[in-house]
Structures are given as structure tokens and as C-alpha cells.
Design a protein around this ligand. Structure first.
Ligand code: 2AM
Ligand code: CA
Ligand code: CA
Ligand code: CA
Length: 264
């Protein structure tokens, strides 16, 4: 598998940030933590990881812009390119000592993700994808699962957070999906959920209330692994509606239909 120079830049950056996260995870009880909103934690580990990613990516491509979870938007002189960065996806897991978190970095060209990296530093699983070049975990090519019937499928989801989202509407969706599939999983990192769909571990995934830094790299990952991704209405407007549904062609279709049934 030949990685482009740009993908190599992204891989170097996430590996470096990942080393910092691993160190911080080892002494998580000493980390400074603050609240951005109800149930919405940010720690020194998120900020340190973001700083490393910002410096490494900026050094490699000084003109590109950024959209980062903690720092927000940084406009570049090259208006066509921006890095979309989640320095620590799964902060709640991280702070509870649960080893299910990742770094997610996408490169968007004219608003379209063209390269993506998702890195779990605990398992050292590095997921990479380039538009038209396939998706990989470390050096192994990824392919979405082949299951074609919901009753055979493990479906992942994200549960709305304290003070956010329509909890009643979500429970309606959950009831429909859990009555129709083999089992539900809730990892707590949307980037890992999408990487696992790309890897064929999860047959499908849906969540509401996500931001571009949660979904951009994973969206490309699933597509490059032969899967289908849309918003909850089956449209391409993942960033705009902040909703995502993913799976192979058939499960994506069945999951969309199941979710639509829940809405009546
Ligand atoms: P984070 O850890 O980067 O914040 C899990 O459902 C997903 O939702 C994760 O990708 C997580 O990303 C995000 N998340 C967790 N708590 C959140 C909150 N209070 N508000 C918004 N997003 C949250
Ligand atoms: Ca966060
Ligand atoms: Ca996130
Ligand atoms: Ca984050």
C-alpha cells in the first residue's frame, strides 16, 4: 500500500499526538479537567493532543486551514484545504480509564474529505483512507461486513448526552433497531464506531448530534471500505444535519428504513 505524502504527514502527526495521549492516560487521575457544558468534559490531554496535531500539520502545510474541536476554526491562505481534527474522540471514556478513544484527522478539499486517519493509541490500530485508494488498518485492507439481514447484525450507536438531543425521539429509534437486530453496541467514540464499520466489526452505525471532527475521517473510511454513509434522511448532508447512518449498501438501506419507521 503506497501512502501519499499528505497521508504520511497525517500519520506522523497522529502517532506523535498518540504518544502524548498514552502518557496522559497512564496518569489520568492527575489531569486537569474542565466542563464546556453539562456532561461535556475537556482535559489537558485533549488540549495537548490538539496542540501537537496543530503544530505538526501546520509545519507540513502552512497554508491549509483548520477546523478543530477545541480551538475552532483557523482560516488558512489556501481556502481549498482544511484539516478537520478531533484530538481525542471519547474523552469521557479516557477520563474514566476506559481504553476506547481515538484521534481523528481528515483532510477536506473543497469541503470533501479526501484523506482520513483514525488512531487508537492503546491498541496501536491506525486506520487510514484516501479517496479512491481504499481503507486500511495498519497494512491490512478494510472491507465492510457482508451481512445482509438486520437480525444477523450488530449495530452501533451513540446515545444523546446530558442536556443535549431529543432523548424521547432517540429512545423510539433505539426501540425499533434493537427489536430488529442481533445486538446493539455503544462504544462512546464516533470515530471508532465508523472505523469499526469500515473494518466489518460493526454491521451498521447511527448517531445524531455529531460534529464534522467526529465524522469526517470515518465517513471516508467507510466509503473507501465499500460501505454507504448518509445523514438520517439518506442524503449527503452529514455535516449540516449532524446525523450519520453507515453500513454496507443493504444494511445502510435497512437501517435508514428502520429509523424512518421509528419517526412514524
Ligand atoms: P468527544 O469525546 O470528542 O467529545 C459519542 O457519542 C460521541 O459524542 C463522541 O464522539 C464524543 O466526542 C461526543 N460527545 C461526548 N460527549 C459530548 C457532549 N456532552 N456534547 C457533544 N458531544 C459529545
Ligand atoms: Ca469533546
Ligand atoms: Ca468527538
Ligand atoms: Ca474530542
Amino acid at each position: 500500500m503506497a501512502r501519499s505524502a499528505l497521508l504520511n504527514v497525517m500519520v506522523q502527526a497522529v502517532r506523535k499526538a498518540g504518544r502524548g495521549l498514552t502518557r496522559d492516560f497512564g496518569e489520568v487521575e492527575n489531569l486537569q479537567v474542565s466542563l464546556k457544558g453539562p456532561g461535556d468534559f475537556v482535559s489537558a490531554a485533549d488540549k495537548r493532543s490538539e496542540q501537537v496535531l496543530y503544530e505538526e500539520l501546520k509545519k507540513a502545510r502552512p497554508a491549509f486551514g483548520f477546523l478543530m474541536e477545541e480551538r475552532g476554526e483557523v482560516v488558512g491562505t489556501d481556502e481549498n484545504h482544511r484539516w478537520v481534527v478531533d484530538p481525542l474522540d471519547g474523552t469521557t471514556n479516557f477520563l474514566h480509564g476506559i481504553p476506547a478513544f481515538a484521534i481523528s484527522v481528515a483532510l477536506e478539499r473543497a469541503g470533501v474529505p479526501v484523506a482520513g486517519v483514525i488512531y487508537n493509541p492503546v491498541t496501536d490500530e491506525l486506520y487510514t483512507a484516501e479517496r479512491g485508494g481504499g481503507a486500511f488498518v495498519n497494512d491490512r485492507r478494510l472491507r465492510v461486513a457482508a451481512r445482509r439481514e438486520m437480525p444477523d447484525c450488530v449495530i452501533a450507536t451513540g446515545i444523546p448526552h446530558l442536556g443535549r438531543g431529543d432523548h424521547g425521539a432517540y429512545l423510539g429509534e433505539l426501540r425499533q433497531v434493537m427489536a430488529n437486530c442481533a445486538g446493539i453496541r455503544r462504544v462512546g467514540s464516533a470515530a471508532l464506531d465508523l472505523a469499526y464499520v469500515a473494518a466489518g466489526r460493526f454491521d451498521g452505525f447511527w448517531e445524531r448530534g455529531l460534529s464534522p471532527w467526529d465524522t469526517s475521517a470515518g465517513w471516508l473510511m467507510v466509503k473507501e471500505a465499500g460501505g454507504f454513509v448518509s445523514d438520517i434522511d439518506g442524503k449527503e448532508r452529514v455535516h449540516e444535519t449532524r446525523t450519520i447512518v453507515a453500513g454496507n449498501e443493504e444494511i445502510h438501506r435497512q437501517l435508514l428504513a428502520t429509523l424512518a419507521r421509528a419517526r412514524g
